[in-house]
Design a protein around this ligand. Sequence first.
Ligand SMILES: [Zn+2]
Length: 88
Amino acid sequence: MLMTKDRRPAFRTIEGWARSVLLEAGTIRECEEHGWMKDRADPYARQRAVDIARGNPPFGVFPDEAAAAVEDVLGSIGDTCPECPPEE
Ligand SMILES: [Zn+2]
C-alpha cells in the first residue's frame, strides 16, 4: 500500500471553511447570476474575517494557520465575476 504523507491533509477542508468565514464576514459575496465569489475589497470586512478565523479556528488548526488560510483564499478570489459583463 502506498503511504503518502501530506503536510496539509486538511487543506481542502480548510479552504472551504475559510470561504465560509469570508462569506460570513461579508468579505466576499457570491454573484447572484453565476455563483462566482467576488472580493468586495472592503478592508474592514477583510480584517473581520481574519479576526473570526483567529478566534475560531477549525479543530486541530492553529489560529495563525486559520488566519493565513483566510488570506490565501481571499487572495485567490477576484473582485469581479468572470462571467459578468464589466460594469462601465
Ligand atoms: Zn456574474
